[in-house]
Design a protein around this ligand. Structure first.
Ligand SMILES: [Zn+2]
Length: 134
């Protein structure tokens, strides 16, 4: 992961501390060195842009962390409705059956969203682990 050109700051150093740069967790003097390096070194700039996109994506997806509990309460609410409809008589139960089918479709979609959010979160935690040991 190097363009082969000599730089004042080594590519490996830049890549090792990329997350600190992304998280603004480094001294200004180091930030300047990194900025300079990205100007000179397109492979590192590319890597930086990629990680920045991942970070943005993770941030957006982590806003959906409450999906599973939200989904549970929605499903529980629906079950209560179905029970009430069943208690009210056979006509009510048929209507509830239809509602249940549409809710199941919605729940499946939510599950997929939750799964995606989980995948992205675990990618983030592995990145954070890497940062900790860098
Ligand atoms: Zn470089």
């Amino acid at each position: 992961m190097s363009c082969g050109e000599p730089h004042e700051t080594d590519c490996s150093e830049v890549l090792d501390h990329l997350y600190e740069y992304l998280d603004r967790e480094m001294p200004d003097s180091d930030c300047e060195k990194f900025k300079e390096h990205f100007d000179e070194c397109s492979p590192c700039l590319e890597k930086y842009g990629l990680e920045q996109e991942v970070k943005k994506l993770v941030k957006r997806c982590c806003g959906h962390d409450d999906v599973p509990s939200d989904l549970r309460s929605k499903v529980m609410g629906r079950i209560e409705l179905i029970r009430a409809a069943e208690a009210a008589g056979s006509d009510g139960a048929a209507a509830a059956g239809e509602a249940e089918a549409s809710e199941r479709r919605a729940a499946e979609k939510d599950d997929q969203d939750a799964l995606r959010a989980t995948e992205t979160s675990s990618a983030d935690s592995s990145a954070r682990g890497r940062k900790k040991f860098a």
